[in-house]
Write a protein that binds this ligand. Structure first.
Ligand SMILES: [Zn+2]
Length: 375
């Protein structure tokens, strides 16, 4: 049995441990101790150095039904800011923060669900495939832990990423590609009152470029945003320098490339009009994926939900997650609902009832895979 109160207690204990990205040492050790109590040995990989954090990813291997495909179970252990000193409050099955921090259900709901499912499987000696349980660090700052994993050392043939939304039964089987774009516009400084004609206003150049580019939701599968702008020194100086950070995402690679081009062109055209210089830095954040019906991991998740009399639903995600990286590395992976709402805000909450159902769902998927391998 997966006990509701035990799930609530474990979740609350985990969110009370501060774990902003790159400072996940304490929570990783706490999770390792919980695994050890179940008799599961976990090791920490070398990702700390690659990501520049306190600790690497936590990886545990659990032997299972011979002949069954190895399954990756994943959740990330870092949380966004403001996420230190989280004080969870429980009302019925709803858990929220005190209102001054996020709750950290993204993604400690996922961590809790994996621990609950594993404990249940091991205690009840339920049939399951070999498992690779991977708790990643630094997901929120660019999927850094997942990117730093040693994929040659992983055998997983499919993955369940516990980092989904609040509707039980939702399988997120597609996610967009994304670029990060950063510009530095260099104009010329001059005294704004004495000789403004000698200056080239970098803020003006950036403003014109931004005003020209399509932003927001561009179509049903493409978005773009300018999120950060900084520059200028004082009101009496024509600003010489401004930096601008933005992004674009699409489920369609051609649309993504076209939008990236439009954003870059807008800066170049504005810079040219004013005689300013512009340097663009473009980095690929992650690649899109689409795990289709018929792909084993999708079908197992679908059928397991039906077996629990939950209506399965496939959904496209709007953001990147570690699932993008696993799919990119040839491990077909889908994202499973975990129960949180309003993530990345101080209003974040989670329904512990969904965490319990989600843990049962994971258990069901694993039993289904093991049953078919032994048949
Ligand atoms: Zn997350």
């Amino acid at each position: 049995m997966i006990d509701l109160q035990a799930v609530i207690d474990e979740f609350c204990a985990l969110v009370r441990i501060d774990s902003p990205s790159l400072r996940e040492g304490e929570v990783v050790r706490a999770i390792r101790d919980r695994l050890a109590e179940m008799g599961v040995v976990a090791e920490i990989d070398g990702a700390a150095e690659a990501v520049g954090g306190e600790v690497g990813n936590l990886i545990a291997r659990v032997p299972g039904e011979p002949g069954a495909p190895t399954v990756l179970l994943n959740a990330h252990v870092d949380t966004v800011e403001p996420g230190c000193g989280i004080c969870p409050t429980v009302e019925g099955t709803r858990i929220c923060s005190a209102g001054d921090t996020v709750l950290g259900a993204d993604d400690k709901a996922g961590v809790t669900i994996i621990l609950a499912a594993l404990r249940h499987i091991l205690e009840e000696k339920l049939p399951h495939p070999p498992l690779e349980v991977v708790f990643t660090v630094a997901e929120e700052i660019g999927l850094c832990g997942a990117k730093a994993l040693d994929y040659d050392a992983l055998e997983a043939q499919m993955g369940l990423v516990l980092d989904g939304g609040r509707t039980m039964g939702v399988i997120t089987n597609a996610a967009p590609s994304a670029y990060r774009l950063a510009w530095e516009v260099t104009g010329a400084a001059a005294h704004a009152g004495v000789c403004p004609e000698r200056g080239i206003n970098a803020i003006r150049v950036a403003a014109e470029a931004i005003a020209e580019m399509p932003l927001g939701r561009l179509d049903h599968e493409t978005t773009a945003n300018i999120g950060v702008i900084a520059g200028g020194e004082a009101t009496n100086i024509v600003p010489e320098r401004v930096t601008v950070d933005g992004e674009t995402r699409s489920h369609d690679e051609a649309k993504l490339e076209a939008q990236k081009r439009r954003m870059i062109d807008a800066f170049e055209a504005a810079a040219e009009r004013h005689g300013a210089a512009v340097a663009a830095e473009v980095t690929r954040s992650y690649r899109s994926f689409h795990v289709k019906h018929g792909e084993p991991v999708f079908d197992y998740a679908w059928r397991a939900a039906e077996a629990l009399e939950v209506r399965p639903q496939a959904e496209r995600g709007g953001g990147g997650s570690d699932a993008n990286i696993f799919n990119e590395h040839g491990i077909p992976s889908v994202i499973i609902a975990t129960g949180p709402a309003d993530v990345h805000t101080v209003n974040e909450s989670v329904d512990a009832g969904i965490m319990v159902e989600s843990a049962r769902w994971v258990t069901q998927v694993l039993q289904l895979i093991a049953a078919e391998a032994s048949a």
